[in-house]
Design a binder for this molecule. Structure first.
Ligand code: UT7
Length: 329
């Protein structure tokens, strides 16, 4: 009997990132709300975040990250078949941010759509892209995680405004001969508790011009914290098992960057030293779907990733949603 053909899934062929130039420190925030550098650092690990200019939008940041990925990969924009943008802060609901990015980078042949899974968006997008490549439908896919969270933060609410930042990361995916690509994933969602992390007032079909106030991030911090630790831990362990890997075979764990204490608790539960976890939340805060691609890009650029290394990405976000992915670099 003929053997089934091996799956020809996606590998990351290049990465890019863009962070706005304006740095806002914890001390800067202490002039705006009743908080302190000491509180923010001890509760979250965040020291500063980047904030986009007023006229700099999610697609501007995403396009810059994408352009860098194209340059580093030596890939022409016209060769991109599909653009998926993970974002919960699109420039406009439509046209999608993916369409804005398509125009800005000149990816004239590409299909384009946005995907929304809050902070889990980038992992959902990577796994979606992998299906298109493994099925042979598309050859080259650009996946972007980009956010202008400063546009949906209530700058008078100290419970949330100290946590978030703006930025974008991008990867280009293709099948690469000899690479196992994405070994295993785990995605999940629990829509039964929409109020613990949400964008208030909404746009879309809940929009009511008479009652609506500006949409802001609302979060029951403690509950989200508790669920993030247990979902990320469970998801990562299931994913490792599916991939047939032991934690010690993973060179880098790249977690969603919401809170240092969450990362620490996940590492502890998994019995993995924090030295194997990539952490950049001290510099950028929580950039939602941009956290993981920016961390991936910085790890690659610092020379800490070699071909064949195994990497585990793990996330948790609004919805609530979660996910993990083991990939071979
Ligand atoms: O990306 C999506 C996922 N998001 C997350 O994973 C975030 C998860 N949650 C967290 O990271 C943490 O729960 C927070 C950092 C948001 C809060 O930390 P906490 O240790 O859970 O603090 P808390 O909410 O229990 O608040 C403790 C106290 C409260 O005062 P009282 O009620 O004890 O008097 C807050 O009002 O700290 C107060 N507080 C602040 N104080 C100074 C809350 N925010 C601030 C602040 N500065 N910025």
């Amino acid at each position: 009997m003929a053997q089934p053909l091996p799956r020809r899934g996606a590998s990351i062929v290049s990465t890019g990132a863009y962070l706005p130039t304006r740095v806002v420190t914890n001390d800067d925030l202490a002039h705006m709300v009743e908080t302190s550098d000491e509180w923010i650092q001890s509760r979250t690990g965040i020291k500063q975040r980047r904030i986009a200019a007023e006229d700099e939008f999610t697609s501007d940041m995403g396009a810059k990250a994408a352009q860098q990925a194209l340059e580093l990969g030596g890939i022409a924009p016209e060769s991109i078949d599909l653009i998926i943008v993970a974002t919960c802060t699109p420039d406009t609901i439509f046209p999608s941010t993916a369409c804005h990015i398509q125009r800005k980078i000149g990816a004239t042949r590409a299909a384009a759509f946005d995907l929304l899974a809050a902070c889990s968006g980038f992992l959902y997008a990577m796994i979606t892209a992998d299906q298109f490549i493994a099925s042979g439908v598309y050859k080259t896919i650009l996946v972007v995680g980009a956010e202008k969270l400063s546009s949906i933060v209530n700058w008078k609410d100290r419970n949330t405004c100290v946590l978030f930042g703006d930025g974008a990361g991008a990867v280009i995916l293709q099948h690469r001969e000899g690479s196992r690509g994405m070994l295993a994933f785990n995605l999940g969602a629990d829509g039964s508790q929409p109020d613990i992390l949400s964008l208030s007032s909404g746009e879309g079909s809940r929009f009511n011009a008479e009652t609506v106030t500006a949409p802001f991030i609302q979060m029951a911090g403690k509950e989200v914290y508790r669920q993030a630790v247990s979902a990320m831990n469970r998801s990562a362990e299931e994913c490792l098992e599916k991939a047939g890997c032991k934690p010690e075979q993973i060179r880098w764990f790249i977690p969603h960057q919401a809170n240092f204490r969450i990362v620490e608790a996940v590492a502890q539960r998994m019995g993995v030293s924090l030295e194997h976890f990539v952490i950049n939340l001290d510099r950028y805060g929580n950039m939602s779907s941009a956290c993981i691609p920016v961390a991936l890009h910085e790890t690659m650029m610092s020379g800490k990733l070699d071909r064949g290394d195994l990497v585990l990405l793990v996330t948790f976000g609004g919805g609530v949603t979660w996910g993990s992915l083991v990939l071979e670099w």
